[in-house]
Write a protein that binds this ligand. Structure first.
Ligand code: URQ
Ligand code: ZN
Ligand code: ZN
Length: 487
């Protein structure tokens, strides 16, 4: 059934204009004033509201097996919750176990994601190294639309990789024209500090933050950037949470290195005081990595987004309910790391970003959708309101208010990190693949309606590599030109 969104103001990353949007067969087929509704069209009155590209969340972990349990949100409930908040595409993560075939893990995750209600794609993590890993990266890139490979520099003894793996994997990704992303925390330092906290008798959630100080992220971010720079490779730092990492990214970008930074909505508005909550379960619910930081880091992150030094926003949606978090009751290192947020990202960013005057509506679209689509090479299929683009749209009510709560959210988790937060600005309607699936509080998602999104690799910047290699070729001893010295 066609959908016509009438009377709204289309807001893209580039401009805003009064226009209707007609969707048919999963695509946007017309954008313009006074569009007619063909017979059988579902009409949405968007008067006084904005029509924006559906949000893209480039960092989620639906039903992730992690730290001895499985995240409580699955691909259907998680993408449905995203729809309710205005997000229409996720990029999740395939995380092979050490020595596990990347292709086998990819097939497993593809199976889990078939239940998704909205479109999805996958970064694939490189959690070990061998010729097989290198070969499988090629198969994933060339045959399965994977153009990004993730590297965890933390989680020692589990999925952490060392600099040698980073060097090999970044080199391979560059050959393929794929982008490398990193979870930037120095895992050795974290492990050392975890033991130190436990030795001091600090076993509560506060120990989690104390064992992952900002320097641990700053060092790893700089190291990943330096390794990528040595290779002439681009790099994307996920969940940047500190001033240190933001500065490292800004320095690299100012020097002309292609480095991207991603910010989680929660790191912009929640600080480390949550770990001092007297209620253990509440404090444990906020245990995620990187942890929540002292408030001044939020200023650096906002400045990074406003200045364009940081490009995307995400949620790292990775849900664990109280009984799961309780595994770490006597030892914070056993608390499954992760928090939710896919349903609230857009409202939180609009309320604290646009309503506060930090961001324009166009910049909001840029950091919630368009930048991600362009960085991961799915623009303008996604991240645009244009004829021929996927009909993934959100009708945004800037006057709509709501109080965020686990009692009313659609996320399959028993806690909401924004509990009680009152926000102004929300999705009144969401269109996914041309279907109206969220309408004034009525969630009408369909299990399995989502589709896998191929993300083509980029042309390897071989010219850049060749040029750099040329410049670095050891030159012969340059003799000064002969000078006639005869008196
Ligand atoms: O580190 C991640 O991104 C995954 C394992 C989710 N958990 C988290 O605390 N961020
Ligand atoms: Zn991470
Ligand atoms: Zn993550």
């Amino acid at each position: 059934m066609p959908v016509l969104i009438k009377g709204g103001t289309v807001v893209t990353a580039e401009h805003s204009m009064r226009a209707d949007v007609l969707c048919r067969d999963g695509l946007i087929v017309a954008v313009g004033e006074n569009l007619e509704a063909p017979a059988g069209t579902e009409v949405v009155d968007a008067g006084g509201q904005y029509v924006m590209p559906g949000g893209i969340d480039p960092h989620t972990h639906m039903e992730l097996p992690f730290m001895g349990t499985i995240a409580s949100e699955d691909f259907f409930t998680g993408t449905s919750a995203g729809i309710a908040g205005g997000t229409t595409t996720i990029i999740d993560f395939v995380i092979p176990g050490p020595q596990q075939s990347l292709l086998d893990a990819y097939r497993t995750w593809r199976g889990w994601a078939e239940k998704a209600a909205a479109d999805y794609s996958f970064h694939v993590a490189v959690t070990w190294w061998s010729d097989q890993v290198s070969d499988e990266m090629g198969v994933l890139a060339r045959e399965h639309g994977v153009n990004s490979f993730k590297h965890f520099m933390a989680y020692k003894g589990a999925i952490m990789v060392d600099d040698g793996v980073l060097l090999n994997s970044f080199t391979r990704a560059l050959e393929l024209g794929a982008l490398c992303t990193v979870h930037a925390e120095n895992g050795e330092a974290v492990f050392h500090l975890q033991q130190k906290m436990l030795d001091l008798g600090i076993t509560g959630p506060e120990g989690h933050a104390l064992s992952r100080p900002p320097e641990v992220e700053g060092e790893a971010a700089q190291r990943a950037i330096s390794i990528a720079s040595v290779l002439g490779a681009p790099v994307y730092v996920v969940h940047v949470s500190t001033e240190q990492a933001t500065r490292a990214i800004a320095r690299a970008r100012a020097a002309g290195h292609r480095v991207y930074g991603e910010v989680l909505a929660q790191h912009l508005v929640i600080d480390e005081s949550v770990y001092r909550n007297e209620d253990w379960a509440t404090a444990a619910a906020y245990v995620m990595s990187p942890p929540f930081r002292p408030k001044h880091h939020q200023d650096a992150l906002w400045a990074g987004l406003v200045s364009g030094q940081l490009q995307t926003t995400a949620t790292d949606h990775c849900c664990f309910c109280a009984p799961q978090k309780a595994a770490g009751r006597d030892n914070f290192t056993k608390i499954p790391n992760g928090t939710a947020g896919i349903e609230d990202r857009m409202s939180v960013l609009w309320h604290h970003g646009v309503n506060s005057g930090r961001l324009t509506p166009n910049e909001f679209v840029r950091i919630t959708s368009t930048n991600c689509a362009q960085i991961f090479n799915i623009y303008p299929r996604k991240g645009a309101v244009a004829v021929g683009s996927d009909a993934d749209l959100v009708v945004w009510d800037p006057e709509g208010t709501r109080t965020i709560s686990a009692r009313t959210h659609h996320q399959n988790v028993d806690f909401n990190i924004y509990e009680g937060m009152e926000v102004k600005g929300k999705a009144s309607h969401t269109v996914s693949r041309g279907n109206l699936v969220w309408k004034d509080g009525d969630l009408r998602t369909v299990k399995g309606a989502g589709r896998y999104v191929d993300r083509p690799c980029f042309a390897p910047p071989m010219r850049a590599i060749e040029r750099r290699n040329e410049e670095r070729k050891p030159t012969g001893v340059r003799r000064a030109p002969a000078v006639d010295v005869t008196p």
